[in-house]
Design a protein around this ligand. Structure first.
Ligand code: CUO
Length: 716
């Protein structure tokens, strides 16, 4: 009997014996000792059983396609028995991983699912080379829940050295039901089945009405495919569960992971509010977990968690309540409040209670990182038992507040940003981070300044003559997503008009801006390296009905770019194009699978990063007044981390997504200089960029503010 058959038989036996229950998947010593035995013997076992017909990278990427269909032999040939070598896998691991029923909603917010994913990742990570990985993942592809498989293999490919140049297939292309209106996908599938699909006439996805009238105005932002993709990829890079019980870390937390959790989500919130202001709306209220607290906005997802199984919808004013959390926890509103209180106590006292009972007072610059992991909470939290799991269980509670109707989008990272309640919940999470940030002393003149470096001017130009200097112009644009790898219909039977190699394009509308260039003229009295930070914020505060007070404005500054420059000892003309931003990615949802990452700008984190087309918020037809802030800081004495060099390599790292290994390249706090309150005499942004008083008041030479306008052109 060849090994695949042997495994299938064992699997069937386990199922018959009832081993396939989630309740059996608890950590226990027996399990750990079995795993230990396997680890010891592992290197004596060879695991390869495929033919060598195809390139390994191509093969592994094909495993993501049409995940709810069985692998076709034409796509993935496991070869004949004679090319197999002995293949063994600890049966208990397989039987556990198989316990997740294929119709269950997989979510990384579910601790049991995280546990299964961690085990699967461990299996993938320990394969000794790509060939072994192809064999193992190829075998497991149809044995485990498709969403679990996608999650675990994506994380693996992002973290193994031998797959670091592979573009993990974007979830929207292989599981489009989580991103695209179910009706549209049904229409496409019908057309293909009837033989009426015409690839020259892509189907247009029109903006959906999914929530309140106000929030529907923000559909282009909340429900944008690129926005959700960024969020999904970010969480793949920074999974909650980083360890397997008794095994230590499988995915070690990346440098400043917790701080990045704070910063990336803070920037999402700043952008969301910028878009609200662009649409004539005020700030949204934070959502605090209170008994019977109603959520004002309804949300009718119109997308599916599994093909043909929709996400639950939430009616207007649905209330928060006690909810179940796997495996057998009941989480009350009071639990969440208690964790919140303990976290706020930690912030007030500046101390952290670790699991082993020690109390530590971290340095200011280290505390935010600990706090991020504590609030989220991932397994790098200092004390999950005491500080609980505020953010994650908040997602889970909101995602289940509809009662028995099933789960809502808040229960999953791939689509939670579509729901208006995401911004209310993360508003509360960010409020907690701000409690800490506001306790920090304001940055000193020395920390803010950069003597000898003077920004003489900053201007913004587009090539379009209809656009004025210092004006951004935004407009709608149509792009395409190819869903041919995610339709799960058997296609190439020889008589169909459509085969798997043909693209199936759906057109979607998104925001875009005219490309522009910043011209920054800088005088320097010496050769020196600087870090340039560019931010944009609205000038006018609709909540107050007047220009922004710095206290509030600092929270809505969106970072547009951050990079390192070598200044010479004279006048420097820094020309920087909008498309060069280190914070954005230009994701093409039509990209063919198998493509490797060799474009100069993008590294292995590709897919994580703010969509380039949403770099500039929408603005208004009349032009939304905004403030462009540019700052150059001393790189050597402030941002440089040991061992790093200001090279193209450093600039290829996306500051929103972090680095897969080594140190985060900008040492100053994320969000600097707007992450802290300013000194007491600062009321406006203009005050912030000045130092001294009376006749001695002068601008920080390394800061510059330009009045800009964001004009939305709705005519195209
Ligand atoms: Cu990214 Cu709440 O963490 O969504």
């Amino acid at each position: 009997m060849n090994i695949i058959n042997k495994l299938s038989l064992l699997t069937t036996m386990f199922r018959m014996l009832g081993v396939g229950r989630l309740s059996n998947v608890a950590d226990n010593g027996d399990l750990a000792s079995h795993v230990g035995e396997y680890e010891e013997n592992h290197h004596d076992k060879s695991i390869t059983y495929r033919s060598d017909r195809q390139d390994d990278s191509e093969l592994i990427l094909k495993l993501f396609n049409n995940p709810y269909n069985k692998l076709s032999r034409e796509d993935f040939d496991f070869a004949t028995a004679d090319s197999h070598r002995p293949f063994e896998m600890p049966d208990f691991e397989l039987s556990e991983i198989q316990t997740l029923d294929r119709r269950t909603h997989f979510s990384a917010f579910d601790p049991l699912h995280r546990e299964l994913a961690a085990k699967l990742i461990k299996i993938f990570m320990r394969q000794r080379d790509l060939k072994e990985l192809v064999s193992m993942s190829g075998y497991l592809r149809d044995e485990v829940h498709p969403d679990l498989f996608n999650y675990a293999l994506s994380i693996t490919l992002m973290h193994r050295k031998d797959t670091s140049n592979l573009q993990v297939p974007l979830l929207a292309t292989v599981m489009p039901h989580k991103f695209i209106d179910a009706k549209i996908l049904r229409k496409v599938k019908e057309a293909i089945k009837n033989g009426t699909y015409d690839s020259n006439n892509p189907i247009f996805m029109t903006p959906q009405q999914t929530t309140s009238k106000d929030e529907n105005l923000l559909h282009y932002f909340r429900e944008d495919i690129g926005v959700s993709t960024h969020h999904w990829q970010w969480h793949l890079l920074h999974p909650y569960r980083l360890q397997v019980h008794n095994f230590g870390e499988i995915i070690p937390p990346k440098n400043r992971r917790g701080e990045l959790f704070y910063f990336m989500h803070q920037q999402v919130l700043a952008r969301y509010h910028f878009e609200r202001y662009s649409n004539g709306l005020k700030r949204t209220a934070d959502l605090r977990f209170e008994e019977h607290k109603p959520i004002p906005e309804p949300y009718y997802a119109k997308i599916e968690r599994l093909p043909s199984i929709p996400y639950a919808s939430r009616e207007k004013n649905t209330i928060l309540r006690t909810f179940k959390y796997p495996p057998n926890e009941t989480v009350t509103v009071k639990d969440i409040q208690l964790w919140g209180q303990r976290i706020l106590d930690s912030i007030r006292q500046g101390t952290v209670l670790y699991e082993n009972g020690t109390i530590i007072t971290p340095k200011n610059e280290e505390y935010i990182d600990i706090l991020g992991n504590m609030v989220e909470a991932c397994t790098a939290s200092p004390n999950l038992g005491y500080y609980g799991s505020l953010h994650n269980k908040g997602h889970a509670g909101i995602g289940q507040c509809h009662g028995p109707k099933g789960v809502g989008v808040m229960y999953e990272n791939s689509c939670s940003m579509r729901d208006p309640v995401f911004y209310r919940w993360h508003g509360f999470v960010n409020w907690i981070f701000n409690r800490h940030k506001e306790r920090l002393p304001p940055y000193t003149v020395e920390q803010l300044g950069f003597d000898g470096v003077k920004i003489e001017s900053v201007t913004v130009h587009t090539q379009d003559e209809s656009v004025e200097e210092n004006e951004f112009l935004t407009h709608w644009e149509q792009s395409f997503i190819d869903v041919s790898n995610g339709l799960n219909i058997p296609l190439s039977n020889g008589t169909e008009k459509y085969s798997r190699s043909s693209p199936v394009l759906i057109s979607y509308r998104h925001m875009q801006h005219r490309p522009f260039t910043y011209t920054i003229i800088v005088n320097s009295d010496r050769e020196v390296t600087g870090t340039v930070r560019i931010f944009l914020a609205p000038a006018y505060d609709p909540d107050l009905g007047e220009n922004f007070h710095f206290y509030n404005q600092r929270n809505v500054f969106v970072e547009l770019d951050k990079f390192v420059v070598q200044l010479k000892a004279s006048t420097n003309d820094i020309l920087r194009h909008s498309a060069e931003s280190t914070l954005t990615v230009t994701t093409d949802f039509r990209q063919p699978l198998g493509k490797t990452l060799n474009a100069p700008k993008f590294n292995k984190l590709r897919g994580c990063g703010w969509p380039e087309y949403l770099l500039i918020p929408k603005g208004t037809p009349e032009g939304l007044a905004s403030k462009l802030f540019v700052m150059i800081s001393d790189w050597e004495n402030g941002d440089k981390v040991s061992g790093s060099v200001p090279t193209a390599e450093l600039q290829a790292e996306n500051p929103l997504c972090g680095v897969t290994e080594g140190l985060y390249p900008y040492k100053r706090p994320m969000g600097f200089p707007f992450d802290r309150r300013a000194r007491d005499d600062v009321e406006t942004l203009d005050d912030f960029i000045h130092r001294g008083t009376g006749k001695r008041r002068e601008r920080f030479s390394n800061m510059y503010v330009v009045d800009t306008k964001i004009r939305f052109d709705g005519s195209r």
